[in-house]
Design a protein around this ligand. Structure first.
Ligand SMILES: [Zn+2]
Length: 368
């Protein structure tokens, strides 16, 4: 995502933060990884911009993904998620960083141990998005708020992964979609496939085995999309044609912003569904010069897809750092810097484990 989603919520009083259980080291990992994946669906009624729900998760829960679909013209934010004692997830404490951030009600969730951000049309959350946080099964209280004051219903889906260890590796099938003029251009195809191969190498080093599941010609996909900050409708239309796996849409340009926008992830994290409004990442060919050795297409595909698998920038333009212990702004040539640079290809162990916890990346323990 080029920027933190616009936040239009107001500050409210909050209770004291609850204690957080942090591990001393990364959690146990195995070749099998997650052995169970279950789904839940709930309808929530928003009243005066708020709703809450009690969720019941299996005892051996290690990770879960929440997707909320609401009204397209409203913003949504999971601003509280508390589990069994110590399994803190999201809360809204008043902190100095929050006060100074100008993020309003989004500050607490953003600076929570498990960061949560607002999005338009709904929201998503991956737990944990810091693998040093302890996650247990049991009863969780989830609080949701919306910028829309009118009473309305929203749909919540939940994917819960269980087992006794996190995955050392996982498999990520990728579908690439292009509008007809780009699909028919052999030079563009070579460039896209070369970038995909480079993305494969970047992800392999992070324990993620990416494979090209399909290269699609999408008749209705425009060659140039409007800026996502102006109009998301054509993005939703494109995402509605997604297929099972991670969907990457390749176009020429995303609006005419200056500086140019290289890519866009529809959410951090993406939904695990193929066709939700939070199911796609988009990259722009026009962002960098294909003739130069510094073609940024592979970097952009890998970077936006990593947002989609749950990663934030190591440091945002505003100076806010990610909550991960093993990333340092400006060091390590990290894939998740805010400035696109060809040599930034590395992912830290914590970042890689967050990505491997997203249900789009499949643990071998989930195979029959
Ligand atoms: Zn980014």
């Amino acid at each position: 995502m080029g920027r933190f989603t616009g936040v239009i919520l107001l500050v409210a009083c909050q209770p004291d933060p609850s204690p957080v259980l942090r591990r001393a080291a990364l959690p146990a990992q195995s070749a099998t990884g997650f052995t169970g994946l279950s789904q839940q669906a709930h309808e929530l009624r928003m009243r005066d911009g708020f709703s809450s729900i009690e969720l019941s998760l299996p005892d051996n829960t290690l990770s879960f993904l929440v997707e909320v679909e609401g009204e397209l013209d409203a913003e949504y934010l999971i601003d509280r998620l508390e589990g069994p004692p110590g399994a803190l997830v999201v809360e809204a404490p008043e902190t100095e960083a929050g006060q100074e951030s100008g993020l309003g009600a989004a500050a607490g969730p953003f600076f929570s141990p498990n960061r949560s951000v607002a999005a338009r049309g709904g929201t998503t959350l991956l737990v944990p998005n810091d693998p040093f946080l302890e996650v247990f099964g049991g009863t969780y209280q989830l609080g949701l708020r919306s910028s829309l004051g009118r009473d309305h219903s929203v749909q919540m889906r939940l994917w819960v992964q269980t087992g006794s260890a996190y995955p050392l590796r996982c498999r990520l099938p990728v579908h690439i979609h292009r509008p007809p003029p780009l699909a028919d251009d052999a030079g563009v195809e070579r460039r896209v496939l070369a970038a995909f191969e480079e993305m494969e190498a970047i992800y392999r080093a992070a324990g993620i085995d990416v494979s090209l599941a399909g290269l699609h010609r999408q008749e209705q996909l425009p060659t140039e999309l409007p800026s996502p900050s102006v109009d998301l409708q054509s993005y939703h239309a494109a995402f509605a044609r997604g297929q099972s796996g991670l969907n990457i849409f390749v176009v020429d340009a995303l609006g005419d912003e200056d500086p140019a926008l290289g890519g866009y992830a529809s959410a951090i994290p993406l939904s695990a569904r193929a066709t939700s409004r939070f199911s796609g990442v988009v990259v722009a060919l026009g962002f960098s010069d294909p003739a130069r050795e510094e073609d940024l297409l592979a970097y952009t595909m890998a970077h936006e897809s990593a947002h989609g698998l749950g990663l934030f920038h190591v440091q945002e333009f505003a100076g806010w750092e990610d909550p991960l212990a093993d990333t340092t702004p400006g060091e390590g040539e990290n894939l998740m810097g805010v400035l696109a640079r060809h040599q930034d290809r590395n992912l830290s162990p914590s970042q890689a484990l967050v990505m491997r916890s997203h249900p789009l990346c499949r643990s071998s323990g989930l195979d029959d």
